[in-house]
Structure formats: structure tokens, C-alpha cells
Design a binder for this molecule. Structure first.
Ligand code: PAF
Length: 278
């Protein structure tokens, strides 16, 4: 695996690989787990050349969020990527990605950016869309892969690619879970031993909401309220549990069958997100 810290170096290497090669991009912020590895393996099956990126993007964190403490584990990440058959790792520093403060931004529309996760993390999706657009311009991939665990992020990026006519196929990767159901996340490492035991409740609560809907309960507001109360009873501070249309994340109409249930909740000082399609 070749490691590049500069845009020029990565571009030269991709040019050398040849213009007919199909390139897949998997952007990450590092601290890689089995969910990331599964995306790399999926990418390997879709392209001749797989490019992974590691860049903790300051633009998508708000003051007071975990930008500074976000785990930087470059050595072990590199080993995992090489083992997964990644060809190129692009790992720029901030000066390479933002040599001057970013003046132009990609502004996702409020109906995608200011709801659900965006309501609690204003500006987050603008930061994500802006860095992903930069990575798309730098790598110019044929396809790019994003995990479904960040369901709203996937929707924003799909719509951005469509609205800007980007010739990039956006591919979703399934959420990878621990045996007890907890969705794998770089932030799981923040959990204490006791919190790690409690953490799968998020998945169990989503599972319960989904099974109620599948059994014909369409009173989404009550289901959301009950789920929020159950989390709170067990010491969580939930931000939201939301039943949405999975195509556009808007409130579902009475007979909508394409549904997703999304959740974010804080356990101690760790904020976890997850979702389940109905
Ligand atoms: O999902 C992530 O890890 C990040 O939001 C991404 C897509 C790499 C952009 O910084």
C-alpha cells in the first residue's frame, strides 16, 4: 500500500496507475474498526484501485465536540488498510487540506442539513459535504463508499453528487455490529466498561420500535416517546429517536412503507448514533 501525504503525490500515483482503471474511494477519519474494513473489502470488489483516506475534518466538528480527542491511531489503521488490500492511503495534514481557511463551502439544503442529526449538530453536514467534495475533486473516483450507520450523511452525499452531476456512484455499506448489537463506531472507545455493557440498549430500543411498526403500529409519535422514555430511565440522555421516510428523511405520510428509525443518545459523555431500516 502506498501512503501519500500530499495531493500532488496521490494524483501522480493515480495517473501512473492509468486512466482506464476504475477507482473506488473510501473516506474515513481513521481509528478504523471492522465496519471500515468491510467497506474496504466491498470497495475491493468494485474497482481496480482502492483509495482510502484518513483525515479528521475540523470543519464538521463544532466547538466543544470531540475534534481534539478524536482518536488518532495511524499506525494500526495503516496495518488494517494494507491487510484489507487498499492500494493507496491518502492521509493529508490540515495544512494540505486547508492551506488557507476554507472560503467556499457546500451548503446542503436545510431540509436535509438542519433536521435530526443536523438539529443537534448545526453546521455538521456543511462540513462533511465540503470535505467530501474536496476529496472527490482530489481523488476523482468512479465510486465512493459510505456506511449506512451515518444514514443522514449518506443521504446528504448522495444528493450532493446528484445535484452537482458528479460522475461518481455512491455506494452504501451495511452497518457492522458487535455480537450484542452495538453498531461499531470509533466513538465506542470512549465508553467505560460499565457503559459498554449498557450501550447495546440503543440497538435493542431501535429493534423494538421497528418490530412494533412491522406489527402494524403506525402511531410513530407514541413509539418515539416511549423509546425516549425507556432510554432516559436507564440513564441515557437521548437527543432524538425519529421515525422517518428513508428516501428523504422527512416525516412519513400515513401509508409510507419505506421507513428508517434513527437515534442519537448520550451515555455518560459519549454520544452514540444508530439507525435501523424497517
Ligand atoms: O464518516 C466519516 O468518517 C466522515 O464524516 C467523512 C465522510 C470521512 C468526512 O469527514
Amino acid at each position: 500500500m502506498h501512503i501519500h501525504e500530499t495531493i500532488a503525490g496521490l494524483r501522480a500515483a493515480l495517473k501512473e496507475a492509468g486512466p482506464t482503471k476504475r477507482v473506488a474511494l473510501v473516506p474515513t477519519m481513521g481509528n478504523l474498526h471492522e465496519g471500515h474494513v468491510a467497506l474496504m473489502t466491498q470497495a475491493r470488489g468494485l474497482a481496480d484501485t482502492v483509495v482510502a483516506t484518513i483525515f479528521v475534518n475540523r470543519l464538521q466538528f463544532r466547538p466543544g465536540e470531540d475534534f481534539d480527542k478524536y482518536p488518532r491511531t495511524f499506525q494500526s489503521d495503516g496495518d488494517k488498510l494494507a491487510a484489507a488490500g487498499v492500494d493507496h492511503l491518502f492521509a493529508p495534514d490540515e495544512a494540505e487540506m486547508y492551506p488557507q481557511p476554507q472560503g467556499y463551502h457546500v451548503e446542503p439544503p436545510p431540509e436535509h442539513a438542519n433536521i435530526i442529526e443536523g438539529e443537534f449538530r448545526p453546521g455538521h453536514f456543511r462540513g462533511v459535504a465540503t470535505v467530501v467534495m474536496k476529496l472527490f475533486q482530489i481523488v476523482q473516483p468512479d465510486t465512493a463508499l459510505f456506511g449506512k450507520k451515518d444514514f443522514q450523511q449518506l443521504l446528504v452525499i448522495r444528493n450532493m453528487a446528484r445535484d452537482f452531476n458528479l460522475p461518481i456512484e455512491i455506494v452504501a455499506g451495511e452497518t457492522v455490529r458487535a455480537a450484542d448489537g452495538l453498531a461499531l463506531s470509533s466513538r465506542n472507545g470512549y465508553l467505560s466498561e460499565a457503559e459498554r455493557l449498557e450501550a447495546p440498549r440503543l440497538f435493542r430500543t431501535l429493534t423494538k420500535v421497528v418490530s412494533n411498526i412491522r406489527n402494524g403500529n403506525r402511531d410513530f409519535a407514541t413509539l418515539e416517546r416511549q423509546a425516549l422514555a425507556e432510554m432516559a430511565e436507564h440513564g441515557w440522555s437521548p437527543d432524538y429517536i425519529a421515525v422517518r421516510n428513508k428516501i428523504d428523511l422527512q416525516l412519513p405520510t400515513a401509508h409510507e412503507s419505506r421507513l428508517v428509525v434513527l437515534a442519537a443518545a448520550r451515555l455518560g459523555s459519549t454520544r452514540l448514533i444508530d439507525n435501523l431500516e424497517v
